[in-house]
Design a protein around this ligand. Structure first.
Ligand SMILES: [Zn+2]
Length: 397
């Protein structure tokens, strides 16, 4: 039986604090009276909590706003330089580290290849890169570190369950980073972290429920429900890359056949282009998926056909998502966003032809505004979100 929801005074105060902080963040600047009206909290509670948040420097008073009669109210905003956090993204081929402020603005970053590194070496390299990023950002101290990696992650345990491209499994990476840095560390899967960043500072800002889809070397997804990641019973909800599109299609890295990832990931599309050229004894006109996009844009027939074929598969899955979940917004990221003038109209057309009639009318499909910065901003966002839920754990008077 589900336990009834109970809460201590401290828990309730934390919830109220997060509620106030989120309202200030969403509005940009707001008066105490409007916070009370917007949250339903009493003016005394708002006054007490905002005083505490000012004392730890996470919010600040600004110029006075418009008056509806009488004295102009003092406006409050987030102090985006209240502290700084580190973000580390461990991808399939490289590690990137960055320092950001509490608005997830990147102030300095560093990157290095990760070829055949062990998890221990990756932790060491990640922290070395973070030191370089701190120097570039002119920042001495960090309040915490967010780490996102490709593969399956149990974020509550800081556990990297399986990273297929790196050949790592069951690595307590959160603890390894925490012990080596002496800082609080929060881990997440990279696509989930990207989705959180899109909510924090991208096109999904202020959207409580939406779907994120990442088309990269693999294909991943995330479901954001009520501003939180929806993880499902097993903890891995949102794996749209393994939706079966062609039951007898090519073998996927997951062991099944015809998954979206096996048909439309960057790797799959470039392999298909190579096979097509080889079958006709023709040389390759590009070296990788990004190159394929650009020659497709310049009118290379084979390249364009391969890109449009992959968009067809993606459109089928986006249509499935709309039919199943009817989201308000779907944000898509990946290199295909770089030729949006070709890929977006094709995607919308394919999606529409796989949706129930009228079901896609209210769903907005957009390409991410964070583009290549999404993973590193995502890593930083993992810490910042925790800070906004319990700021006193991170910031002192
Ligand atoms: Zn699969």
């Amino acid at each position: 039986m589900q336990q009834p929801l109970t809460g201590s005074f401290e828990l309730i105060k934390n919830i109220n604090t997060a509620c106030i902080l989120n309202m200030i963040r969403e509005k940009g600047s707001i008066s105490r009276a409007d916070i009370a009206r917007g949250t339903g909290l009493t003016p005394a509670t708002v006054s007490n909590i905002t005083a505490e948040l000012i004392s730890i420097n996470l919010i600040k008073e600004m110029d006075r706003g418009e008056s509806s009669g009488g004295r102009k109210p003092v406006l409050i905003s987030i102090n985006k330089t209240a502290c700084y956090v580190g973000g580390i993204h461990i991808g399939s081929t490289a590690i990137e580290a960055a320092v950001s402020n509490v608005s997830a603005e990147i102030l300095g970053s560093a990157r290095a290849p990760i070829e055949s590194a062990s998890p221990q070496e990756a932790v060491k390299l990640g922290l070395q890169l973070l030191e370089q990023a701190k120097v570039k950002a002119g920042v001495k101290d960090l309040a915490g570190i967010g780490v996102c990696t490709h593969g399956l992650v149990r974020s509550d345990e800081g556990l990297l369950v399986f990273a297929p491209n790196l050949g790592w499994s069951n690595i307590k990476m959160g603890d390894m980073f925490a012990e080596a840095s002496g800082l609080p560390v929060f881990m997440e899967n990279d696509v989930r972290a990207m989705a959180l960043a899109e909510s924090w500072c991208g096109l999904a800002f202020g959207v409580k429920d939406y779907i994120y889809l990442y088309i990269g070397p693999g294909i991943g997804g995330s479901i954001i429900s009520g501003n939180e990641l929806f993880k499902g019973q097993g903890g891995f909800a949102g794996e749209f890359g393994h939706a079966a599109i062609e039951p007898d299609g090519p073998l996927c890295s997951c062991g099944n056949r015809g998954c979206l990832q096996a048909l439309a990931s960057e790797k799959a599309v470039f392999e298909s282009y190579k096979k097509r050229r080889a079958a006709n004894n023709l040389p390759l006109n590009c070296k990788n998926y990004e190159g394929l996009l650009y020659i497709a844009k310049d009118g290379d027939k084979d390249a364009l056909e391969e890109i449009l074929r992959s968009i067809r598969y993606i459109g089928i899955e986006v249509g499935n998502i709309i039919n199943a979940l009817s989201p308000l917004l779907i944000v898509i990221n990946g290199h295909l966003t770089k030729i949006s003038e070709i890929t977006m109209p094709a995607l919308k057309k394919e999606t529409s032809s796989h949706c129930l009639k009228y079901s896609d009318i209210d769903t907005k499909i957009v390409f991410s505004s964070l583009r290549d910065e999404a993973p590193i901003k995502g890593a930083a966002t993992c810490v910042i979100r925790q800070m906004f839920e319990s700021p006193k754990k991170f910031l002192k008077d």
